[in-house]
Design a protein around this ligand. Structure first.
Ligand SMILES: Cc1cc2nc3c(=O)[nH]c(=O)nc-3n(C[C@H](O)[C@H](O)[C@H](O)COP(=O)(O)O)c2cc1C
Length: 337
């Protein structure tokens, strides 16, 4: 169990001004720990975990996290209200600050379970799921959705979706500003090919001024994020750019988005990760499980290639530990000198 400090709803809303998106296989606990060292305030999302996995699976493995990760939101996948409520209750007991329902993931596996993006076609079911989760937990329940799927007309169905789901009590949505095509596109293509429609999401804020609406999709820099906040949206969620160029996105986020700076640099972050890495190894973990999330730390900076190459070539050696990370860092320092 992990009962960290409970966030107030106002603090959580503030944290949501900038968030790191849920990304399967990427935003695991090690990644989130790293990101938290880089921004004290941004809201961090887990990978999606399905409700049946939470109920029947290895809970500590699926849900365990470090108290330093707060504020942290768990994303659930599912479409059975009772199961989702049970999973949300279990997750809230672990100390998550928010429970988010995935209504945006287009993968086949997810479609056959009738959850993820296909739920855009069934707002009544989404409302039931959220109502059941809200009865089960006292932390906020939020929804991450698309603007529509397949041949739905976003300008028609998105307001209807928001109206029906918010009538169940959800007041915070993260909208990935593109459709998902459930047939014919891979999940990866579904993150790039359907065109982005930021204007529609901004319009939703005009139609639903009382809702907390965050936007997601294609936000590549903090300038992009700020521009969208300046258009009246309540939050910007960043996925791939936060993962691949974490220093550009997260190190300045506190100063620029939250108005309270931390002024750390990527080398300091590496040093701050060392005790975490040591503890992970002592607990039987492997170095690469943590360092794979650190490969992008120096992206666009002198020495980035040497850093990445040294890590990639050496983390899997027998007995690899913090010294490998320090040796990789020497490539950066040598370039900077
Ligand atoms: C590797 C990867 C895994 C993802 N897994 C999830 C997921 O588990 N749940 C979810 O809602 N979205 C998932 N997404 C989608 C992202 O949350 C986000 O909506 C999408 O990448 C668009 O944002 P971006 O352009 O800032 O990356 C994933 C994206 C990537 C790249």
């Amino acid at each position: 169990m992990n009962m960290g400090n409970k966030m107030t709803a106002a603090n959580l809303r503030r944290a949501g001004r900038l968030s790191v998106a849920p990304m399967m296989d990427w935003t695991d606990r090690h990644c989130r720990y790293l990101h938290r060292l880089m921004s004290r305030h941004a809201l961090l999302y887990t990978e999606m975990v399905t409700a049946p996995a939470v109920i029947h699976g290895d809970r500590d493995r699926l849900l365990g996290f470090d108290p330093a990760e707060h504020p942290v939101a768990l994303q659930l996948g599912g479409s059975d209200p009772a199961q989702l409520a049970e999973a949300a209750r279990i997750a809230a007991d672990y100390g998550y600050d928010e429970i988010n329902l995935n209504c945006g993931c287009p993968s086949d596996r997810v479609q056959s379970g009738r959850f993820g993006a296909v739920l855009m076609e069934d707002p009544a079911l989404v409302a039931d799921c959220c109502a059941a989760m809200m009865r089960a937990v006292d932390v906020p329940v939020t929804v991450k959705c698309r603007i529509g799927v397949d041949d739905q007309e976003p300008a028609m169905i998105l307001p209807d979706f928001l109206a029906r789901v918010s009538a169940a009590g959800v007041d915070h949505f993260i909208i990935h500003a593109r459709k998902a095509w459930l047939q014919g596109l891979s999940p990866k293509e579904n993150r790039d090919i359907p065109p982005l429609d930021y204007d529609l999401v901004v319009e939703m804020k005009g139609m639903f001024p009382g809702l907390n609406l965050a936007i997601n999709g294609g936000i590549a820099t903090l300038d992009d994020a700020q521009a969208l906040l300046d258009r009246g949206l309540d939050g910007a969620m960043i996925g791939r750019a936060a993962y691949h160029t974490p220093s550009d996105i997260l190190l300045d986020a506190d100063a620029r988005i939250f108005g309270s700076g931390m002024a750390r640099n990527p080398s300091e972050i590496v040093h701050l990760m060392l005790p975490y890495i040591e503890a992970h190894l002592v607990n039987g973990g492997r170095l690469g499980q943590v360092t794979r999330h650190m490969l992008g730390l120096f992206q666009g900076r002198p020495g980035a290639r040497g850093w990445r190459r040294h890590l990639s070539e050496n983390v899997h050696e027998n007995g690899a530990g913090p010294q490998v990370v320090l040796d990789a860092l020497a490539h950066v320092t040598a370039q900077a000198a």
